[in-house]
Structure formats: C-alpha cells, structure tokens
Write a protein that binds this ligand. Structure first.
Ligand SMILES: [Fe+2]
Length: 296
C-alpha cells in the first residue's frame, strides 16, 4: 500500500461492520513500527466508527505498549482494582482482562478478584470511575474462548441522537457520580476495606459529552454511574437504568466474537461495552492497554 493510498479516505483499508459503528481495519502489522500516516488513518477511523478491529496481530506486551503509545499516554492501573500488587499477573500498565491468577490458572469461583472482575459483565466505559477517564482501550486476545466471552459495544452517539427532544434537554446539563462501589454494589459485591472505599471515592462527569474532533454529542453512561448530582438517589438510578436500556438496544450494539490475536480498539468517550458469559474452566487471556484521556 502506497503512502498516497493511505491519504485517500476512499482507499483507507477500513471495512465497516455496521453502517456507522465498528469497522475492520486491515493491511497493517501493528507488531512493527507504524508510520505516521497510518496512525492518522487509525485515528480518523476511530473518530468515525468508535470501534476498530485488527485481525492477526500477534502482539507481545512490549509491542502492544509501543503501539498504544503512538495513540497517546498510557494509563496506569493504580486504584482501579482489588488485586494486591504481589498477586498481579501483569504489570500495572497492562490491565488484566483474563480469568487467570498469577500462576496462569483460572481463578477459583469464589476468588475475590474474580468476583470483582464480574463487574465487566455490566455495560460500562473503562475508567469512568477515574477523574481522568480513558480515551481508547486496546484489548488483545492472546487466548480466546470459542463459546461466549464476546465483547459487546454500544454506540452512545447513536443512542444520544435517538433520544426525544425533551430527554435531550433534560440530560444536557446533568452531572453523574461514578464509582466502582456503584458497579460492584449492583452485583452485591459490597465488602470493601476502608482503604478500598477511599480509593473508590466517587468522581463527577457530565452525562452528555461532545467529541473534541467530530463535535458529536453522546451519552456518557457506565455501570459505575450511580448518582445524578442534585437528584434523589433512587430517582437517579431509575433514570440511569432507563437510559442504559435505551442505549443498549440491539440497533446500537456490535457484538465481537474473538479470534486469537484480534486487537480491538474502542473509544470509551462514546461507547459502552461488556463481556458476555463464558466457561471459566477454559483459559481466556485478554490484555488491555489504555490511552488516558484529558481531564474533563
Ligand atoms: Fe472494560
């Protein structure tokens, strides 16, 4: 592929998966240094489709990090989990989205780390519980399962566009509180130490976000959102539940079935995602790097 071809939008090696959401990006080897014009094409693809799928990328932790850094600064996973440092399987700049312990064995059913990780089955935006939320997540499927274990994505731009005018006006200036305590509390995971409660102190984010490049509005929803500033909590949760239901209708969703060495990138500012259930006796080794966003 020539440089000129990369510069021509019509020739970009992007195949939409749905009309306006999620696309497959082909013809690039992300294990090798990636040229600037290819990075620009990937960013343009992200702005347009919000989810990009790259097949057959046999990344190592180092090559995944190196490629991620081309898209922005790496987020470090301090404070977003209940795993003690000595029990971690991966370094802090790699999020462990596997079902494995530090000895590469599936976590026991009642392992606290596993129960905490089950929060990933709820629709969420990565790191919405952080003051600086995530821009892109890059998930590498090192060992995948064949049944279940899909990652589903919902388009929060389309969900916003489909709101009626009265609801758009109502959400325009709302601010939500996000915390891991809310998402885990939904699953009944409420036993937290005092240190964890301090670490999971809620942060505030606007419910409607404007994409800095496209100018499109989207709903910034997440299982971590458990309150609306100025609203009674039950009313806020009922409303957020209604919005989740609306935003995750199938016409807004792309469901990704993993192949080994897929790399999927999504824009957390304009999407939610979740993992579907799978047989956890099988090994599912998924590793995530994250591009930190800008402080809101
Ligand atoms: Fe996630």
């Amino acid at each position: 592929m020539t440089m000129e071809t990369w510069g021509d939008r019509n020739q970009m090696p992007i195949t939409p998966i749905t009309e306006a959401f999620a696309a497959e990006f082909s013809g690039v080897d992300l294990t090798q240094p990636v040229a600037d014009d290819v990075i620009a094409a990937i960013e343009a693809g992200m702005d347009r489709y919000a989810v990009l799928v790259f097949r057959d990328q046999s990344l190592t932790d180092d090559t995944q990090r190196a490629f991620t850094r081309r898209l922005g600064p790496l987020e470090v996973a301090t404070g977003g989990h209940v795993t003690a440092t000595q029990d971690r399987r991966l370094p802090l700049d790699l999020q462990d989205a596997s079902n494995l312990d530090q000895h590469q064995r599936p976590l026991a059913r009642d392992d606290r780390r596993r129960m905490f990780n089950l929060g990933n089955r709820l629709w969420h935006s990565d790191s919405s519980f952080r003051a600086v939320t995530a821009k892109y997540s890059l998930l590498s499927g090192r060992i995948v399962v064949t049944h279940g274990g899909r990652t589903e994505f919902a388009d929060m731009r389309a969900a916003y566009d489909a709101l009626d005018d009265a609801t758009k006006a109502e959400v325009e200036d709302l601010v939500c509180e996000h915390s891991l305590m809310f998402s885990r509390g939904t699953l009944g995971f409420t036993e937290l130490s005092a240190a964890e409660r301090t670490m999971f102190e809620p942060v505030r984010h606007r419910l409607v976000r404007i994409h800095p490049v496209t100018g499109r509005k989207s709903l910034f929803l997440s299982a971590h959102a458990g309150a609306v500033v100025g609203w009674p909590v039950p009313e806020a949760r009922a409303f957020l539940r209604d919005l989740h239901e609306h935003a995750t209708r199938r016409q807004f969703v792309y469901s990704h079935g993993w192949r080994r060495n897929d790399l999927v990138i999504w824009d957390n500012r304009v999407t939610m995602h979740r993992v579907t259930r799978f047989d956890e006796a099988q090994i599912r080794d998924m590793r995530r790097t994250t591009v930190a966003g800008l402080a809101a």
